[in-house]
Design a protein around this ligand. Structure first.
Ligand SMILES: [Zn+2]
Ligand SMILES: [Zn+2]
Ligand SMILES: [Zn+2]
Length: 280
């Protein structure tokens, strides 16, 4: 079965199963189709990889929009783009391994030099006393040994790290800003133009990406969001993007590819996600 026949089949299925008169968006088409075992199996058997799955679903989308098969196929095979956006997310102090104990939460006992025993304080380590009346007597406190188990570490040779109170982690000195990645597929170079115009106009290269993506609602597909994917110290962040509070929630366009030049199969595949199958 070729991709055109598959597109007609998927379209037919969506027509039968959709409950409103509205034209379906790309997310709807994709998620509904992959949810049906037989349809998903057929698509995976007939098509080569993630790029072609997406082309198929976009063809169905364009057909619903009223395009002819020829136009739908042309658009799906030539004018789909893949975009990586970075959202300026939260800023916070992070937990790091404690330098003092190397993250173990324990440090050597200073009191006994990690020997576990210490000179007996009763006899100053001598083990006994000599007096003129009775001659030599063992020290009762250490029973003549001259040393006792170290009180400080209880003979364990190490004690809780005071720097991190034994947890092994401390809060970073610097505050960090998280940048969250979003991966999108969309149709048309108009969007690319708007994104780069907005980027050029902005003084810090950050934009309200959703203002632009919203305009083409229905033909944008969010492949994946990765929260906390990259972090910069607040200092480094502000050196690059200016004041954090002005930048928070904005996006930078990290990279953009025409799907013809980028194989998504390496990063995304069809996978089960709760009750439905989606591309992740
Ligand atoms: Zn520590
Ligand atoms: Zn003693
Ligand atoms: Zn000790």
């Amino acid at each position: 079965m070729d991709i055109e026949q598959l597109a007609l089949l998927v379209k037919k299925y969506i027509e039968v199963s959709k409950k409103t008169e509205l034209k379906p968006g790309i997310s709807y088409i994709l998620e509904r189709s992959l949810k049906i075992d037989a349809l998903r199996t057929l698509i995976q058997k007939e098509l080569k990889g993630t790029n072609d799955y997406l082309r198929l679903f976009y063809m169905v989308f364009f057909l619903f929009e009223g395009d002819s098969m020829e136009v739908a196929k042309y658009k799906a095979f030539n004018e789909l783009y893949y975009l990586i956006l970075q959202e300026v997310g939260d800023k916070e102090y992070i937990e790091m391994d404690c330098d003092y104990c190397g993250g173990t939460g324990r440090i050597e006992c200073d009191e006994c030099d990690s020997y576990g025993f210490a000179d007996c304080s009763g006899c100053d380590g001598a083990g006994g006393f000599t007096n003129y009346a009775d001659g030599y007597e063992d020290c009762e406190e250490c029973e003549g040994q001259g040393e006792k188990v170290c009180d400080y570490c209880d003979g364990q040779n190490e004690v809780e790290c005071s720097e991190c109170e034994g947890s092994g982690v401390i809060e970073s000195e610097d505050e960090y800003v998280f940048l969250n990645n979003e991966y999108w597929v969309f149709y048309g170079d108009e969007v690319s133009d708007e994104l780069s115009n907005a980027t050029n106009k902005s003084n810090n290269e950050l934009i309200d990406a959703y203002d632009i993506l919203d305009k083409i609602r229905g033909s944008v597909y969010l492949l994946k969001t990765e929260s906390e994917s990259v972090k910069l110290t607040l200092y480094d962040f502000e050196a690059e993007f200016g004041d954090y509070y002005d930048a928070q929630g904005k996006y930078s366009v990290n990279s953009e590819y025409n799907l013809n030049d980028f194989d998504l199969s390496k990063s995304f595949n069809i996978s089960k996600f709760s009750n439905s199958y989606v591309i992740r």
